[in-house]
Design a protein around this ligand. Sequence first.
Ligand SMILES: O=C(O)CCC(=O)C(=O)O
Ligand SMILES: [Fe+2]
Length: 202
Amino acid sequence: MEQLSFFAESGQSKGLPKELLEYHAGFIDQRTSDELLQQFIRTTPWKQSTQIMWDKEYLTPRLTSWHGDPGTDYSVSGKISNPNPWTSELLMLKEKVEQATGIKFNSVLLNYYRDGNDSVAWHSDRESVLGRNPIIASVSFGQVRSFDIRNKADHKEHYSIKLEHGSFLLMKAGLQENWEHRVAKSTKPLKARVNLTFRVIV
Ligand SMILES: O=C(O)CCC(=O)C(=O)O
Ligand SMILES: [Fe+2]
């Protein structure tokens, strides 16, 4: 993956295990990021899905929207859904992410964290439709939130990275297999954040 050589040893990425994650601030310029954040919040067909935990159904604590090529179906709470179509903004970002990684993505999951009450709990993205050792490219807009990772075999081994407005995070092949990640809730008053994870559905 020669394309990734532009990733500088900048800022907070220093402690991160490079074989698992690469972080790049300022992947999208400030003005474009401001516009995209507002655009995504206003025009995305956001849904709040449900998840089953301990036999009870809960509302997922964030809004989501799945987009992709025809056929990149995904399942939420056991229901199969067709992808929403690509928009010009999503295609522009997809192209940038593909140039940076050398990987062709066919789908993207948008997450909308409205405030500090919204979150994603510890998980790894290991659905079988993602194939073995999936590579996931993540772009963030809006409120800076902490992205935590922990080793499944030893929770004491953990890292945290602040995902900034217009930043890019690459989750590499070993991450989903051996590590979990989350975006925790915060008791501080936080503003809106939109995150996009580009994926390859096989
Ligand atoms: O919001 C984020 O940065 C992470 C989202 C995530 O982990 C997911 O959609 O699977
Ligand atoms: Fe995830």
